[in-house]
Design a protein around this ligand. Structure first.
Ligand code: NAP
Length: 104
């Protein structure tokens, strides 16, 4: 699904940064003009809009846990429950708030 999404963004002519846990899978997209991110956090920081589509909520948690909130929009297309989506949103807000407090 993530590959189809990346392909659609490229097809539409959007500047697209790609990251995948198994890095070799993004090679075809880099060959088509996508920018390779070496880490998930770099991909989030590269754009005001980040689209996430991973296997399940646990994979999203594992990926987002190591990335600081960037202030950009995060669209999560991974299949998950409403409770998981709310928990993810609240966790990001708490971390963004903690980051902001630490900087002030
Ligand atoms: N395919 C569809 O038509 C479709 C339709 C509606 C909804 N969805 C939903 O979209 C989501 C993705 O579906 P898919 O068919 O694209 O699945 P998929 O082909 O199995 O791809 C799963 C992706 O998740 C990554 N991933 C898995 N565990 C991870 C972890 N612990 N940390 C980081 N990355 C991890 C995989 O990375 P690696 O490449 O490194 O394994 C891969 O990029 C699912 O939630 C599915 O229910 C899919």
């Amino acid at each position: 699904m993530g590959q189809a999404l990346a392909g659609a963004f490229l097809e539409a002519g959007h500047r697209t940064t790609v990251w995948n846990r198994t890095a070799a899978k993004i090679d075809p997209f880099v060959a088509r003009g996508a920018i390779r991110a070496e880490a998930a956090g770099s991909a989030f920081a590269a754009s005001p809009l980040a689209v996430v589509c991973l296997r399940d909520d646990a994979a999203v948690h594992a990926t987002l846990a190591s990335t600081p909130p960037t202030g950009g929009a995060l669209v999560n297309l991974t299949s998950s429950s409403p409770a998981q989506a709310r928990s993810r949103r609240n966790g990001r807000l708490r971390r963004a708030s903690a980051t902001s407090t630490a900087q002030s």
